[in-house]
Structure formats: structure tokens, C-alpha cells
Ligand binder design. Sequence first.
Ligand code: 13P
Length: 287
Amino acid sequence: MLVSAKEMLKKAYDGKYSVGQFNINNLEWTKAILQTAQELNSPVILGVSEGAGKYMGGYKTIVGMTNGMIEYYKITVPVCLHLDHGSYQGALDCIDAGFSSVMYDGSHEPIEQNIANTKKLAELCAEKGISLEAEVGSIGGEEDGVVGTGEHADPDECKLIADLGITMLAAGIGNIHGAYPADWRGLSFDTLAKIKGKIGDMPLVLHGGTGIPEKMIAEAISLGVAKINVNTECQWAFQKATRAYIESGKDLQGKGFDPRKLLAPGFEAIKASVKEKMELFGSVNKA
Ligand code: 13P
């Protein structure tokens, strides 16, 4: 059964570790993440961008696939299915389809609009018992064609949004999706501490988890980050393993090729990446 992120993040916040959100793109990705979470006895959040949602045949397909896998592979650790960087309509659609959590990313809207939309969704999510993530200050880099510059969120705006009844808050503190540039100035822990000072004990979310150095991850967790998002890392691992397999020439001649064999090295590579991140975030044996 899918669960909201509320309880797992409260435990993570209190226990000073983070639950990983790993974005999914297909069946292999989903299976690799679920099985790794089960093997490591870790709670897990599956992230779905709107683009990945379209690619995988819509939100209802994803809910069906995830629930089916949880049953088939006997997954007993807490699993949350979460919309990543959703629009207002995307959040409504995911709630309707049976997601257990949604993110509404109003960080590109004027703050008044972000507040109005977040408020309406907070009421709806409370009614349905699902968790809601909101965002203030855009995350840098590109995701699903949306490019952000890596802002530092305004702590007062964070407080306005946090008070609307959301479960967790993503605040830009110089984090970037994907690869970090050589001249990156690092995370702003000063901003993070100010935000925490304003919003109190609400779990914070750190996007851009692929390239953040270990020490910064530890410091972010100590300042209230309880959920860390990872996407690019698994894409890189999948691509590298698949390319190596193709270049090896194995099983590509003869009677045609078997997609199950082609995708197997990538599947194992995702498992290894997820394991590494779960160990780094401290969520192993916290299910
Ligand atoms: P990365 O792609 O840097 O891992 O970030 C993922 C993310 O924040 C998804 O919301």
C-alpha cells in the first residue's frame, strides 16, 4: 500500500537522517528502487515528473504499476508515490489518480499566486490524507525543460508558505538539478538556518541530490533536511551501464535482441546508485 510521506519524514526529521526521493522513468527504474529499498529496509519515495508521467502512460498507469509491484515483490517498507515539481493541474490529476503525495512547484509564480494555489492544495491534501510539498525559490538547472538559476529562498516567504498546512518545504539554497558547475558556490547553510528559524520543525526538502558533496549533505540533514531528491545520478548510471553493454556486442547478434537482457545492466546500476544514496542519507534500516 502506498503511504503519505508525512510519517516517514517526521521520523527522519526526528532521527536526523533523510529519506531519498528517487525519480522513476519506467518499469525497470521502479523495480530497481523498490527492491533496493526492501533489501536495505529503508523507507522510500518514488518521484514522478510530469514529463515522466506522460512517458509512462499517465498517472493512473503509474499508480497501478507501483501498487502491482509492491504486491508482487512483497515490498513491506513504506513507499510513497510523489509528483515531482507539479503544476497546479498536475497535482490535481495525481491526487485524482491515487498518488500518496504531491509537490506543487509554485516557485516560478509570483508569491501571491504560489500562496493561493498551495493553500487550495493543502486543504485538498488534508482531506485526502496525502502529503504536500511546496517550493519557494527556484532550484537551479533544468528539469523537464524548466530552467532555474539556483536562487536563495526568502525566509519570510518560506514562512508564509509553510503556514498553509503543507507537509514539507523545498527551499532553494543554491542547489541545482544535475551536474554542478565548477564555480558553484555551494549550499547556503546561512539561508537554510534562517529558514528553519522561521518555519520551526517542518521537514525540509533538498533537491538536486546527485552532485551535493557528502559533507554538505550531512550539514543539511543536521539543519532539518529530511528528504533528498535524486534523479540525474540514476540516469547517468543507467546510461553508462547500457552503453557498456551495447559496446561489448554481447547478445546483439544472432536471433535478434532481448530487451530484458539489454536493460539488465542498467537495472543493476540503478540499484547500486540507490544503495549508495540511501547509505549516505542514513535511511538504511529505518523502515
Ligand atoms: P538531481 O537530478 O540533481 O538528482 O535532482 C533531482 C531532483 O531534485 C528532482 O526533483
